[in-house]
Design a protein around this ligand. Structure first.
Ligand SMILES: C[S@@+](CC[C@H](N)C(=O)[O-])C[C@H]1O[C@@H](n2cnc3c(N)ncnc32)[C@H](O)[C@@H]1O
Length: 455
């Protein structure tokens, strides 16, 4: 019998598996159930003998599972697996010792190729539910582990005075101590142990709220949130940043506005995008700006966008939800006139500064706009690019359905809201031309997707 939670990557698990990483917290249901399929959030779906649906963590289709129900609802139960017979041939041993406890990853027990298949199928199914046929998605892929370039770790001191630095436990807002995180890029993984050792030496670790790490093309940026400034500890952070070669910022205070201080290095960073011309494009960011979490897959999305858009020279593109210009600037560098709309003033300013520096001949106009409501004036354009947050872009898509340009590229981090919004666009006369599934968050059920629509 094999125990999950031990480190061995990409090896099929042995015959019978005891799920020990999350203790059963509910009444034990001794009847075995057969897992029918995976839900969109990565849980196994099975049925009790009376037909009631059960969602089960960390199981795979075809597996026969004894379950412990931890939450019972009127129409479905939620359960942990107690014992798995006939493990799926797609089952592998999770790469992280925290799998099952950590709220971050939910698919580490599934081979990466099968994760991608599941996500591409999920995308197609969500469209099929709305009677739409999605063109076969192209898979945009990168490394299965060591891909994540940003992380925020909470810090607290427990009742025994022990410092906990970590992520939230699955399904709770409680922190657990993270000793390693294999999905982080190596430069961030390497900082976890020394950062914890530093926290253990501080005079007042309880005044540290969290730490943020971002790995970019100019090194690692560390931001420390200090609820109260303690001079001796600030010196320790500074010495730590110097030894580790980090850019360090501190954010001080309990309530907004927080005081931001650059302690060592630069308060702003940049990442590079290859846009198919000789020089890569440099996109500047600061702490608090939105940054796509996976550099490799982000590059693949930018390249896919440019390929779908074709020759944009002299064309007008509206980039909705533009952030700091991740899509606006490559399009501008290819000769488009870009109108970039974004809700956060600090990112609008950053986008303008990025455009002035990186695309000096470009024609980029960045404006602040609240895109959760219909715009009083939809800019005239040849092409629209949308990359909304998880809530999607319902109001905007209703408006684009009647007054939108010839082509639209919709990039989404929630396929359910994407499918909902595409219904409006198709009712307005658009047709699906191409799709892509971008595996931005391997080892999790989250997926990024892109669709190209044309009138
Ligand atoms: C998924 S991010 C994409 C940013 C950018 N396209 C990129 O690739 O880095 C979504 C962006 O939408 C912005 N946003 C969220 N809600 C908004 C709203 N109601 N109106 C305008 N922008 C909004 C966020 O600030 C964020 O920059």
């Amino acid at each position: 019998m094999a125990l999950l939670g031990q480190r061995r990557q990409n090896r099929p698990a042995k015959k019978r598996v005891l799920q020990s990483s999350a203790p059963a917290s509910g009444p034990v249901d001794d009847t075995r159930v057969r897992v029918e399929r995976l839900s969109h959030d990565g849980r196994g779906i099975a049925r009790h003998a009376d037909g009631k649906t059960i969602f089960i963590d960390r199981v795979l289709p075809g597996e026969s599972v004894a379950v412990a129900v931890h939450h019972s609802h009127r129409r479905f139960d939620e359960a942990h697996p107690r014992d798995i017979a006939d493990p799926s041939s797609d089952r592998i041993t999770p790469v992280c010792p925290h799998f099952g406890v950590c709220g971050g990853c939910d698919l580490q027990h599934l081979a990466h190729a099968a994760q991608r298949r599941h996500k591409a199928d999920t995308l197609g199914e969500l469209f099929a539910r709305h009677q739409m046929t999605l063109p076969e998605p192209e898979i945009l892929d990168g490394d299965a582990i060591a891909y994540r370039r940003r992380a925020r770790l909470g810090v607290r001191v427990d009742r025994d005075g022990q410092v906990i630095m970590g992520f939230r436990k699955r399904g709770t807002d409680r922190l657990f101590a993270v000793s390693e995180c294999p999905v982080l890029v190596p430069s961030l993984q390497a900082l976890l142990a020394p950062m914890k050792a530093l926290l253990d030496t501080l005079d007042a670790p309880r005044h540290v709220g969290h730490v943020m790490l971002v790995a970019s093309d100019d090194g690692v940026h560390l931001t420390v949130r200090l609820l109260r400034a303690v001079a001796s500890d600030e010196s320790r952070w500074q010495a730590f940043a110097s030894v580790q070669g980090l850019h360090l910022e501190v954010l001080k205070g309990r309530e907004a506005p927080l005081v931001r201080e650059t302690v060592t290095g630069s308060g702003s960073g940049h990442y590079l995008l290859d846009i198919g011309v000789s020089e890569p494009l440099s996109i500047g960011f600061e702490n608090g700006d939105f940054l796509q979490a996976n550099a490799e897959v982000n590059q693949a999305m930018v390249s896919r966008l440019l390929a779908w858009c074709g020759d944009v020279k002299g064309r007008t593109v509206v980039d909705f939800f533009a952030g700091i210009g991740n899509f606006s600037l490559p399009l501008a560098a290819r000769g488009a006139r870009v109108i970039a709309l974004e809700g956060q003033a600090h990112m609008v300013n950053r986008l303008s500064a990025n455009a002035a520096r990186a695309v000096p001949d470009g024609n980029v106009e960045a404006r602040q706009a609240d895109l959760s409501r219909p715009l009083t004036h939809l800019p005239d354009a040849d092409l629209a690019v949308l990359d909304p947050p998880r809530a999607g872009a319902e109001a905007l898509c209703r408006q684009l359905a009647t007054d939108g340009p010839e082509r639209i590229v919709y990039i989404s981090c929630d396929p359910a809201t994407l499918a909902r919004d595409v219904v409006y666009l198709m009712e307005g006369g658009y047709q699906l031309q191409a799709s892509a599934m971008a595996d931005m968050f391997p080892q999790t059920a989250h997926l990024e997707s892109m669709v190209l629509l044309a009138r």
